[in-house]
Design a protein around this ligand. Structure first.
Ligand code: S3P
Length: 240
C-alpha cells in the first residue's frame, strides 16, 4: 500500500479533520428546507445506493456529501479492497469508527449528508454514536433493499467489496448467498439505528431522495408544531 497508512483514531484522522476545517462551507449557513445545520446519515447494506443518494441529497439540501469510505481511501492512499487485503478487517474497522466519530462531529456544526460503509452498524460504539447523533437532530436513514436487488447491484462493481468477492470470482447464486448471510447478521442492527427506513427496491435514485426530503419536512413540520402549537408544513400553515 502506498500513501500514509491507516491509523485508527490517530494522526490520519486528525489530518482529515484539519483539511475539512480549511474547506469553505458549501451551504453558506442555509438549507432549502430549514435553517438549522442539517445532518442526514445514510446506512444500509453494500449496494443500497448510499453514496450516490448522499451526493444527490446533499445537492438538494445545499450541504456537503461526506462519504466515509471515500475519506478513508483518500486518507490512506489505497482502495478499500487494498486496505482489507493489506491491513485486515480489524484495522479497517478501527479507522472507519474513528472517521465516523470525526465526521459526525463536523457535520453537527456545518451540516452534511454522511454515507457510511455497510458494516458501520457492526460496532456497538458506532451504533451508540449514531444514537447520540439522532438525539441531537440527525436523521439516520436505512436504505433497505432485498438480497436479490443488492446482489445485482454489487455484481455491477466486481472486486470492490472485499467481504463479498474479495477472494474469489463468484457466480450470481454464490454472491446472493453471501449477501443473505451477511444481511441476516445485520438487518436488525440497521433497523435499530434507523430513524427512517426507505425501501429502495422499486425506487429510482430521484425517488429515494424525494422520499428522504419528504421525511425531513414531516419531521421539521412536527417539530415546529411542537414549538409553536400551530399546523405548519414546510413553512406554510396547513388548514386541513
Ligand atoms: C463493507 C461495506 C463497504 C466497505 C467495506 C466493508 C461492509 O462499503 O466499507 O467493503 O462491511 O458492508 P459500501 O457499503 O459502501 O459498499
Amino acid at each position: 500500500m502506498t500513501g500514509r497508512g491507516m491509523k485508527a483514531g490517530g494522526a490520519d484522522v486528525r489530518d482529515v479533520q484539519a483539511r475539512d476545517e480549511n474547506m469553505p462551507s458549501k451551504n453558506g449557513g442555509a438549507s432549502t428546507v430549514n435553517d438549522a445545520a442539517r445532518v442526514v446519515v445514510l446506512i444500509g447494506f453494500m449496494g443500497s445506493g448510499k453514496s450516490s443518494i448522499a451526493r444527490r441529497l446533499a445537492w438538494r439540501l445545499k450541504c456537503r456529501a461526506l462519504d466515509l469510505d471515500k475519506r478513508l481511501a483518500e486518507q490512506c492512499g489505497a482502495s478499500i479492497a487494498q486496505l482489507f487485503a493489506e491491513r485486515g478487517e480489524a484495522a479497517f474497522r478501527a479507522a472507519e469508527s474513528a472517521a465516523l466519530h470525526d465526521t459526525l462531529r463536523h457535520a453537527a456544526r456545518d451540516g452534511g449528508v454522511i454515507s457510511t460503509g455497510g458494516g458501520i452498524v457492526k460496532s456497538a460504539a458506532n451504533r451508540e454514536a449514531l444514537r447520540v447523533a439522532a438525539q441531537q437532530g440527525a436523521l439516520v436513514v436505512y436504505l433497505r433493499a432485498r438480497p436479490a436487488t443488492l446482489t445485482e447491484r454489487i455484481r455491477r462493481q466486481p472486486g470492490t467489496r472485499p467481504l463479498i468477492d474479495g477472494e474469489a470470482i463468484l457466480d450470481m447464486a454464490q454472491t446472493q448467498a453471501r449477501v443473505e448471510a451477511l444481511l441476516s447478521e445485520r438487518a436488525a442492527l440497521y433497523e435499530e439505528c434507523a430513524g427512517a427506513v426507505v425501501d429502495t427496491d422499486r425506487l429510482s435514485l430521484h425517488e429515494v431522495v424525494e422520499t428522504i426530503l419528504r421525511r425531513l419536512r414531516e419531521r421539521d413540520g412536527s417539530r415546529r408544531r411542537d414549538r409553536q402549537g400551530d399546523e405548519i408544513w414546510d413553512g406554510k400553515t396547513q388548514t386541513a
